[in-house]
Structure formats: structure tokens, C-alpha cells
Design a protein around this ligand. Structure first.
Ligand code: QV4
Ligand code: CA
Length: 510
């Protein structure tokens, strides 16, 4: 065991950790369930100009059409045709082209652990009309037959994952009744690699590997090793695709995130769960404890981590993290959480962009958490419209367009590479820190006002707070902060402010 792990680390191709964002860009946004044509427009009108590095898109491969069109149907593949409610291959290519041309790269969510559920049935009720027979394990659009599934390898009594403590069941049995692909087979590996290479040829920059915990690290490696370098129209020669694997490891489980480091980065689910507790002040947590945020909190190494406050699962009670997870529903705390994440140097950062749905709790469970994206009567996804005040219409939440979040995306770009510096806390929930001599952020999450003079590390001058407003031309629409020759500034933050935090950086100097 020890030896084989060591072998895994030595054989690493280091390039899969590099997010392949353009120089000066440092984060990606998940545009959950958006149509390709809306993403293309968003790249040009908003993401490019505001320094976003890329977009994680919903799965692009053909999926099962489920009654009432829940979002989760996107995680039930029927073939690898680029053909979903988000759009067809032509629209997909157009999106990739237009986004790449404005410096925003595309990261595809790839479902390669399984096909649709065993109960899906027979027919062509799929987003491109490909035939499937889930009982017979037949998928004509790939094609896959019963020989390509793990039926005979799975040793659980139900055929599903009966015990998460058994690493073999987790990898070889059905996750939630989804037909588990035999990834040890060369044929299956090739079909998946062909799909990913097709996406690479169109110009994508990398992949989120869905349900990675349910695939053997070596099988994932075998697929990755078949992948081409990125398209040289937009990327330097010999650029490897960025890989980040979805593994939920909150500690103490049988399967650890570190088993996957040999393939690329891994999602750090402890990040959002723990930060949620701190910002909600649950379990005796306080922001002062964030002084050593990062590996000291039992997180994976920063250069292996993909971090986020919430994702499409745990914002609606699926997946992991539980009630502490901050989402747009708790907008005030959420903005502080995202602000802290984007200011802090740990990990590669992803922000979430959601749609509204009417939560309806029965016995503490949201019975509407299945609801798919805003859609028309014929089932097509509604366009993302843009209001005069730059927010989104048609029930698209567009957290990434909230001024505080967009400005912190820019903050992170400005302070990129600068060290964590000038930490201060009051022993409770008032904290501040800087990034070298480029940026400084301060939070008041206590129940009383704050008025304090602190060393910011910034050059002397007048700065515009990018949380309460922003620099527009030579004006500042928010608070103004004066930094003295010695680098000190006075901060007054009311605990009842709409956003009880302040952030300044050298590109918002007046
Ligand atoms: C139902 C029954 C089963 C039965 C099966 C028979 O509940 O007992 O065996 O029918 O067909 C849906 C339903 C689920 C249904 C299943 C198969 O919720 O009830 O089983 O489909 O039809 C998303 C949703 C899932 C959904 C799945 C496929 O979250 O609810 O399942 O899509 O539509 C673990 C994993 C982690 C995973 C996380 C949610 O380790 O990898 O759970 N996260 C990823 C994605 C997530 C996605 C999947 C994995 C699966 O982020 O969005 O699940 O691709 O922690
Ligand atoms: Ca599996």
C-alpha cells in the first residue's frame, strides 16, 4: 500500500495542477445549468472585462430526460454527444471560441463513473434521442453493452454502495443506482478519452471529474494519460489539461483525497464546511481562529486544492457539508465568506453562480431541492437576461455579478503572488490581513461596532473600498480610506452595515 502510493507520486505529471488560466486571472465561476449561448455572451460582456479566469460548465454530454426536468438529470449520461438542454455542439464550439478569445477558459464537468440509473428504462427519451436500455445495460450512442459495466465486479449484496467503509464497494458498485462503468477496460477508457479529446480539440482548458471517489485513482490516470495537449490556437505548446477531481473527504473516511493527488487537483470540501461554521459562529468558532487558515486546519496542500464556499450539491442539501454551508440565501454572511476566500492565498478558487428556486422545508429537508433551472413550458432553459442595474433576470441569481464578489475576484488578481501579511484580530470576530503591499481586507463579524487604526502594508494614499462601492473613473462610490506614510489606516465598520467588511487594493487607489 505505502509503496504503491509512493509510486503514484513519483509518476506524477505536474502539469495537471495548473489551472491554465490566463496570466493575471486567478478564479473560475460555475455557471450552473446555463445555456452555451448565454455563457458566450457573459464571457464577452462581463467575465472577460472583469478578470474572471474561466467557467465551469454543466455536463455537456447527452443525458436522460427525466420527468419535470430536475437538474440532476445532467448527471445521468446516455452518450458522449455534445447535446443537452444547454445547447448542441455548434453552440458549444461557438461558446468555447468566444470565451477563449476574451481570455476566459472553459472547464467541463465530466461524468465518467457511470451512465444513467438502472431504473431509467428503455427508449430514446434522451436529450439527443440516442437509444438506451438501462435494464440490458445498452447505450447505442456510445456504444456500450453489458460487458462495459461493473456488474460482476461489485461485491455488495444490493449492487449499490451499502457501506462507504468498503473502498471496493465505493469504486465498483452503483452510486445511487447509477450504472457503474468498468473503467479498468481499455474499451471504456478509450471511449471516455475520445470524448475528452474531442472537447480538447474544440478548445477547452480542463475538466472537473465528477464522482472521482467512485473511480480507482489508477483508472482515472489511465484515461488522463490518453489525453491530448490543449489546442494551440489558444494555449502554449505542450499544455496539459487542468484536472480537478470531485472527492468528498471531510476527514476520517476510508478514502482520502490524497489518493488522487497523482492525477491533478482535488476539491477541498472541508473549506466551505469549516468556514461556514466560523462565519456563522457555530460550535464556538470565531474569525480570530482563521489566523492559521489552510493546511493547519487539516486541509490538503494548497497547490492540490480546488476551493469554494458552496457548490451545486451542498447549496441545496445534496453531497457534503451540511447546514453550515453558506449560500446566496444567507447573502450577508455569504459575501463575507466569498470575500475571505478570495482574499486568502490558499487554494485555487471557484465561485458559484446559481438560479433561484422556492425552498420548501418539510422536517428540515427542502422538498424542492430537485428543481431544475428556470425553464419555459416546452422544457427549454430560459435565457439569462440582464437588468439595467447589471443584475440578472429570469430567476438567475448571478452571485458572480454581485459587486462585492466581482470586486473580490479583481482583488485576488491584483494581490496574486503576494504573501499573507499584517494579520490582526481582536480575539473575537474582528480580523484583518493584507497581501504584501498590494491589498488589505478587514471584517467585523462581532455584535458591536469597530473603530481601529491598523498597519495595512500599503503605500500611502487615498483608497476606495471595493465592498461598499468601487472606483469609477476618478470617483469612489463607496467608503474612502486614507493610508498614512507609515502604512496605517483607520477603519470604522458598523456591525449593522449591509456588508460589515472593507477591502482596498492598489488598483483602487484614488
Ligand atoms: C434512485 C433511488 C436509488 C435507486 C435508483 C434506481 O434513490 O436507491 O437505486 O433510483 O435507479 C438521482 C436521485 C437518486 C436516484 C438516482 C438514480 O437523486 O435518488 O436513485 O438519481 O436514478 C446528482 C444528484 C443525485 C442524483 C444524481 C443522478 O446529487 O441525487 O441521483 O445526480 O441524477 C456522494 C458522491 C459524490 C456526489 C454526491 C452527490 O461521492 O460524488 O454524493 N456528487 C456528484 C455530483 C452530483 C451528482 C453525482 C455525483 C452523480 O456533484 O451532483 O449527483 O453523478 O457524496
Ligand atoms: Ca465506479
Amino acid at each position: 500500500m505505502q509503496l504503491s502510493l509512493l509510486f503514484l507520486f513519483i509518476g506524477v505529471c505536474s502539469a495537471h495542477y495548473n489551472p491554465n488560466v490566463e496570466a493575471g486571472r486567478t478564479s473560475i465561476v460555475h455557471l450552473f445549468e446555463w445555456r452555451w449561448e448565454d455563457i458566450a455572451a457573459e464571457c464577452e460582456r462581463y467575465l472577460g472585462p472583469n478578470g474572471f479566469g474561466g467557467v465551469q460548465i454543466s455536463p455537456a454530454s447527452e443525458n436522460l430526460i427525466m420527468t419535470n426536468r430536475p437538474w440532476e438529470e445532467r448527471y445521468q449520461p446516455v452518450s458522449y454527444k455534445i447535446c443537452t438542454r444547454s445547447g448542441n455542439e455548434e453552440e458549444f464550439s461557438d461558446m468555447v471560441n468566444r470565451c477563449n478569445n476574451v481570455g476566459v477558459h472553459i472547464y467541463v464537468d465530466v461524468v465518467m463513473n457511470h451512465m444513467t440509473g438502472y431504473g431509467a428504462g428503455v427508449g430514446t427519451s434522451s436529450t439527443c434521442g440516442s437509444y438506451f436500455n438501462s435494464g440490458a445495460r445498452e447505450f447505442k450512442g456510445v456504444p456500450y453493452s453489458f460487458l462495459d459495466f461493473n456488474e460482476y465486479k461489485c461485491k455488495s449484496s444490493s449492487g449499490g454502495i451499502d457501506h462507504y467503509s468498503d473502498a471496493y464497494q465505493v469504486r465498483d458498485c452503483q452510486l445511487l443506482g447509477l450504472l457503474d462503468l468498468a473503467l479498468e477496460k481499455d474499451y471504456v477508457r478509450c471511449k471516455i478519452a475520445d470524448y475528452l479529446n474531442h472537447l480538447i480539440s474544440i478548445g477547452v482548458a480542463g475538466f472537473r471529474l465528477d464522482a472521482s471517489k467512485h473511480m480507482w485513482p489508477g483508472d482515472i490516470k489511465a484515461v488522463i494519460s490518453r489525453l491530448d495537449n490543449l489546442n494551440t490556437t489558444w494555449f502554449p505548446n505542450d499544455t496539459r489539461p487542468f484536472i480537478y477531481q470531485e472527492v468528498i473527504d471531510l476527514g476520517g473516511g476510508t478514502i482520502s483525497a490524497s489518493e488522487y493527488f497523482g492525477n491533478g487537483r482535488v476539491t477541498e470540501f472541508k473549506y466551505g464546511a469549516k468556514l461556514g461554521n466560523v462565519i456563522r459562529k457555530w460550535n464556538g468558532e470565531k474569525m480570530a481562529y482563521l489566523k492559521n487558515w489552510g493546511e493547519d486546519w487539516a486541509f490538503m496542500p494548497s497547490d492540490r486544492a480546488l476551493v469554494f464556499i458552496d457548490n451545486h450539491d451542498n447549496q441545496r442539501g445534496h453531497g457534503a457539508g451540511g447546514a453550515s454551508i453558506l449560500t446566496f440565501f444567507d447573502s450577508q454572511l455569504y459575501k463575507m465568506g466569498v470575500g475571505f476566500m478570495l482574499a486568502h492565498p490558499y487554494g485555487f478558487t471557484r465561485v458559484m453562480s446559481s438560479y433561484q428556486w422556492p425552498r420548501y422545508f418539510v422536517n428540515g429537508k427542502d422538498t424542492n431541492n430537485w428543481m431544475g433551472p428556470p425553464s419555459n413550458a416546452n422544457g427549454s432553459i430560459k435565457a439569462v437576461t440582464i437588468n439595467a442595474d447589471t443584475t440578472c433576470g429570469n430567476d438567475w441569481v448571478c452571485e458572480h455579478r454581485w459587486r462585492q464578489i466581482k470586486n473580490m475576484i479583481i482583488f485576488r488578481n491584483v494581490v496574486d503572488g503576494q504573501s499573507f501579511a499584517n494579520w490582526w484580530d481582536n480575539g473575537s470576530n474582528q480580523i484583518a490581513f493584507g497581501r504584501g503591499n498590494k491589498g488589505f481586507i478587514i471584517f467585523n463579524n462581532d455584535d458591536w461596532n469597530m473603530d481601529i487604526k491598523l498597519n495595512t502594508g500599503l503605500p500611502a494614499g487615498l483608497y476606495c473600498d471595493v465592498i461598499s462601492g468601487q472606483k469609477e473613473g476618478t470617483d469612489c462610490t463607496g467608503k474612502q480610506i486614507t493610508v498614512s506614510i507609515e502604512g496605517f489606516a483607520r477603519f470604522q465598520i458598523s456591525n449593522t452595515a449591509e456588508d460589515p467588511f472593507v477591502a482596498i487594493h492598489v488598483n483602487a487607489k484614488l
